[in-house]
Design a protein around this ligand. Structure first.
Ligand code: ATP
Length: 410
């Protein structure tokens, strides 16, 4: 399921009301009966509703389902995407939709723009898209929503990411700026950087290594463990030290004073230090970075790396700053966290590292390097569009005509 925003500008406010009615009805109906859609939409007169229903079905935002007892409709992923986009457009978070720059296992990453052309990232969570194992329907969280579970769970994933990104950002962690969350989507600032995985050489690996270890420790000092801290979830931004800016240095001279700043972009497995498996997650994060630096940069640190006991000590000295607690207070409750964790386990969502094989140590380094450079070439062409502002400007212009104007056509 890919986002195709083209049709959104042809939708009327009536269409959106009917779409929202199907969404509302699907909270307690597997298949939403047509009379209920009509009632929930609040629109008088059946012909308008019927026309909207057939419009929406034609572009696959809703799907007709013939039930044993009655006919009705079900909201499709596209329908949920349009509802979220419409909300972002109304709140002026998004003006136009650009290129998709990434398809994650459980999400789509899309460049969007504001009215002034400045760019942002929209992440659409699509939980369970790839690894669908049958979810046990006797699970508490699915009792009343077996068919709508993807919708609810994807929303929980977006809520979780937004809540953590906000808390982390507020406490000075290097993460994108969270801008808005609606349904299963979040909008955040665009980071002009490459994932660590695509960085072939680092001038001072020891320095970057210790930055990353410090980040793991710093997270724990605030009560959190990332749980999936690896080369896919860390972007590396190049920043010129302030003292060398605007000094008329040549590019080569500037290169010598460039700092690599890691930015953490994805935290689906983030848990509290009080989680029953906290120590295992903490050690896994540390190991993952150690192993990656050894394999990719041939760097092995003298020290063993931080331990969970050390992290606990730091936490004890930092009372009152528990981000795990702050996140709960912000509306992403412990119950939601548990539901999401259980669901992710059930549908077989794995941490990035495991799923993409970063955990697999192989003695035959040459072979691995070869393999890696092949996929890097592939990935960098995809990523290039994000980095190259020229391309991006072009793609946004092309989007002007594609602006989301569904709700303004009323
Ligand atoms: N704020 C951002 N700015 C720039 N690029 C981003 C941003 N967020 C995500 N990306 C790009 O999109 C890719 C996937 O993002 P992310 O890891 O959040 O999604 P995911 O669903 O977990 O994907 P995956 O499972 O493939 O890691 C990243 O590797 C990065 O290249």
């Amino acid at each position: 399921m890919k986002l195709d925003a083209k049709a959104i500008r042809y939708l009327t406010s009536e269409d959106f009301r009917v779409l929202a009615a199907v969404e509302a009805g699907s909270r307690n109906h597997e298949v939403v009966p047509t009379p209920l859609i009509s009632q929930l939409s609040g629109l008088r007169g059946g012909s308008g509703v019927n026309r909207a229903i057939s419009n929406l079905a034609k572009i696959n935002l809703i799907a007709k389902v013939k039930n044993a007892k009655y006919d009705g409709y079900r909201l499709a992923y596209g329908g949920l995407d349009y509802l979220a986009l419409n909300a972002h457009q109304k709140s002026k978070t998004i003006y136009s939709v650009g290129n998709q720059i990434g398809v994650g296992k459980e999400s789509d990453i899309i460049v969007v723009a504001q009215h002034d052309g400045s760019q942002r990232i929209m992440k659409i969570h699509r939980l369970g898209r790839i690894s669908f194992r049958t979810v046990k329907t006797n699970r508490d969280y699915l009792r009343h929503r077996s068919s709508a579970s993807w919708m609810y769970m994807s929303r929980l994933a977006a809520m979780k990411e937004f809540a953590f990104m906000t808390a982390l950002r507020n406490h000075g962690f290097s993460v994108p700026e969270p801008i808005a969350q609606n349904r299963h989507t979040i909008v955040m600032s665009l980071i002009d950087a490459f994932p660590l995985r695509q960085i072939a050489k680092v001038a001072d690996p020891a320095w970057l290594y210790s930055e990353l270890m410090n980040m793991i420790l710093e997270l724990a000092r605030y009560g959190l463990i990332h749980g999936d801290f690896n080369e896919f979830n860390i972007l590396i931004k190049e920043e010129l030290d302030d003292e060398f800016k605007n000094k008329g240095l040549t590019e080569e001279e500037e290169d010598e004073h460039i700092r690599l700043v890691p930015v953490l972009i994805d935290f689906p497995q983030m848990v509290s230090v009080d989680h029953p498996n906290a120590e295992m997650y903490f050690d896994r994060d540390v190991e993952c970075i150690k192993r990656y630096f050894k394999r990719k940069f041939h760097f092995v640190s003298d020290s063993k790396g931080p331990t969970f006991a050390e992290a606990r000590k730091k936490l004890a000295k930092n009372p009152g700053k528990r981000l795990d607690v702050e996140v709960e207070a912000s509306g992403f409750s412990r119950k939601m966290a548990r539901e999401l964790e259980a669901y992710m386990k059930d549908v077989g969502v794995k941490p990035d590292g495991e799923a993409r094989g970063s955990d697999e140590e192989d003695d035959d380094e040459d072979e691995e390097d070869e393999e890696e450079s092949g996929s890097e070439a592939e990935e960098s062409s995809e990523i290039h569009e994000t980095k190259d502002s020229g391309d991006l400007a072009a793609s946004t212009q092309q989007l002007e005509g594609l602006q989301i104007s569904g709700s303004s056509k009323q």
